[in-house]
Design a protein around this ligand. Structure first.
Ligand SMILES: C[S@@+](CC[C@H](N)C(=O)[O-])C[C@H]1O[C@@H](n2cnc3c(N)ncnc32)[C@H](O)[C@@H]1O
Length: 220
């Protein structure tokens, strides 16, 4: 095992431990931000349809906004976030399949989902390009990848909101929160951006509708 792989594994474990630790409080801590995020979630998820995978499903905050008829599977790396998602699904009377899994190594065959969704996840994935490639692998050729993510305003430098979060509640929200998805990651993963919206006062949240790479490795 190379040093880089060991480091990525440690980062992944740190994210898992962190989200397991905060799972009980997660919805409470996010309650104010959620007033802003909710309409964005609604708008993004209106594009979902058919067999759908949500990666980094967390406590299931997107569940209420899926259009009727979506057959939803969710994965997350943290058991306790999944437990909260299970409770939310039960409360909403939704049938959702939930699995413990890593975004960077999905155990699904290639090209099986009509829609793949991920919201506010890739800031805590050690190798976001690898994870985004996985999203591109499991979605159908004509399928959609729906993303909402924080981005750094300048490469390597968090925006004011994330900077403040980073310093004020970093201990609560976790050490990985300042590792932002950039549009370059999406492009490096070979995804085709179909639409892009800049959201929030500082435009530091991006809503991306993408498709998989045109050229995909066969046999996935
Ligand atoms: C900031 S929360 C967002 C949760 C949810 N998507 C939302 O919009 O509220 C990030 C989630 O990603 C999960 N996560 C982090 N790294 C992951 C990985 N490598 N694979 C799968 N899930 C991961 C965390 O456990 C956590 O539930």
């Amino acid at each position: 095992m190379t040093e880089a792989v060991r480091l990525a594994d440690r980062e992944k474990e740190a994210a898992r431990e962190h989200y397991n630790r905060v799972a009980m409080l997660y919805d409470l801590v996010e309650v104010l931000d959620e007033r802003t995020f909710r309409p964005w979630r609604q708008k993004l998820l209106a594009h979902a349809g058919g067999r759908t995978l949500e990666v980094g499903v967390g406590t299931g905050k997107n569940f209420p906004w899926y259009p009727p008829g979506v057959a939803l599977t969710g994965i997350d790396i943290a058991e306790k976030m999944l437990a909260a998602a299970r409770q939310r699904a039960r409360r909403l009377g939704l049938a959702v399949e939930l699995h413990l899994a890593d975004a960077q190594a999905l155990e699904f065959r290639g090209g099986v989902f009509d829609t793949v969704v991920s919201t506010f996840v890739f800031c805590s994935v050690p190798d976001p390009v690898r994870g985004l490639r996985e999203l591109g692998r499991v979605v159908k050729g004509e399928g959609k990848i729906l993303l909402l993510e924080h981005v750094a305003k300048e490469p390597g430098k968090p925006g004011p909101l994330m900077g403040m979060l980073g310093s004020v509640i970093a201990r609560l929200m976790g050490p990985t929160i300042t590792n932002h998805l950039t549009l370059e990651h999406v492009l490096q993963a070979g995804l085709r951006i179909e639409s892009l919206e800049h959201l929030g006062r500082d435009h530091d949240v991006k809503m991306i509708v993408a498709g998989p790479a045109r050229e995909r490795p066969s046999g996935g």
